[in-house]
Design a protein around this ligand. Structure first.
Ligand code: FAD
Length: 342
């Protein structure tokens, strides 16, 4: 995907604030592309607490993290945002014509007049297992995510972990792999019960090998794994032959490349004004958990308000020749047409 995409606004981060920004920008006639390193939208709500209830979204007395995400997706649907998931925005540079160019780690080039950083606590990155020398194998035979399942066809795979990702990938890759071993430190899994049951069936049918043990070390050469040393709770060691290791030990948030965008930062947050939520670079805005200003509260509702005000200034940049009109969705037929309800 090495072509250039030109659009009005690029939003970095598909958390609740990035998603609602699509709505406010859309009402003001701006088309958005949204990039997120996760394979799904919803940011912290979808990744960290999809089933937990939120009680302080105005007019929704209780809503789960996933349901809030689903409702936001429904609300922004009329504006047809384009999502680039599984991709991290790695750089931000100003072009001679004043527009901004962003490159992702998947080779997507995006050019826009306005950039909205809605990066929350930063990008989600995999927690690395504490195994000595693992760095040398990363990207060659150790992978923390599956971008293409085909990469693993006919390979001898070890999956490590006991959560939903470990179980989901065990179920998805078992039919493709030459051999698949699931390694977890105890015989209990923090995953959806139906996935655990399906995994146990594969184990019973001899299609997956389950080992209750810790990974003690790696064997291999030049980035290519040949085996994994295991140690069980009795202290006994053994080696499982393999040519790929997929550790799924959960995700953590790191500011990541946003720190290199050339924006002023204060304690890993992006200072903004409270009129437009613009950063130190005109045309680059920051909303949601990533920004800071006097009195900031890291709440979803604050990010929604910030998105509305940001969109006003973004309009002046994207449509400098047009006059900004304040309108209510309740009574404006123009807005209702955009929402497809008129
Ligand atoms: P996030 O939700 O953090 O999303 C940011 C997204 O940006 C992430 O998906 C990340 O992968 C992506 N990203 C970052 N950098 C890059 C990059 N360079 N390239 C590509 N993608 C990138 N808030 C409330 O208001 N009420 C509550 O009851 C509540 N309960 C909570 C409970 C828990 C357990 C947690 C953890 C948080 C809770 N919060 C609550 C806080 C709320 O979830 C956050 O305020 C909200 O998610 C912030 O939204 P956001 O869109 O700013 O960022």
């Amino acid at each position: 995907e090495n072509h250039m995409i030109e659009t009005d606004v690029v939003i970095v981060g598909a958390g609740p604030c990035g998603l609602f920004a699509v709505f406010e920008l859309g009402l003001n006639d701006m088309k958005c592309h949204v990039v997120d390193i996760l394979d799904k939208v919803g940011g912290q709500c979808a990744e960290l607490y999809p089933e937990k209830p939120i009680y302080d979204i105005p007019a929704l007395p209780v809503v789960s993290g996933q349901e809030l995400t689903d409702r936001l997706m429904q609300q922004i649907e009329p504006f047809k945002p384009v999502f680039h998931l599984n991709q991290m925005v790695e750089s931000l540079t100003k072009l001679d014509d004043g527009r901004w160019k962003m490159m992702t780690d998947a080779g997507t080039n995006l050019v826009a007049k306005v950039v909205v950083i809605a990066a929350g606590g930063g990008s989600f990155v995999p927690k690395k297992p504490p195994i000595k020398g693992i760095d040398a194998y990363e990207g060659a035979s150790v992978f923390y995510s599956v971008r293409r399942m085909e990469t693993f066809r006919d390979r001898t795979i070890v999956i490590a972990g006991g959560g939903d990702s470990a179980l989901d990938w065990t179920l998805n890759l078992a039919p493709l792999a030459k051999k698949l071993t699931l390694v977890h430190r105890r015989d209990e899994f923090r995953a959806a019960p139906h996935s655990v049951a399906a995994m146990r069936e594969l184990v019973a049918a001899g299609k997956v090998d389950l080992r209750i043990a810790q990974i003690a070390g790696l064997e291999g050469e030049g980035g290519q794994l040949s085996g994994i040393q295991l140690k069980d709770d009795k202290g006994e060691t053994s080696v499982v032959q393999c040519d790929a290791l997929l550790p799924f030990y959960g995700l953590t948030m790191k500011l990541g490349p946003v720190a290199q965008f050339g924006l002023n930062l204060h304690e890993n947050l992006i200072p903004v004004d409270t009129e437009k939520f613009e950063t130190s670079e005109p045309g680059v805005f920051a909303i949601g958990d990533i920004n800071s200003y006097p009195g900031k509260l890291k709440l979803i509702l604050s990010g929604f308000h910030e998105a509305a005000l940001m969109a006003q200034q973004a309009f002046r940049i994207v449509h400098p020749d047009r006059k900004l009109r304040f309108q209510y969705t309740t009574s404006s037929s123009d807005l209702q047409q955009k929402l497809g309800v008129a």
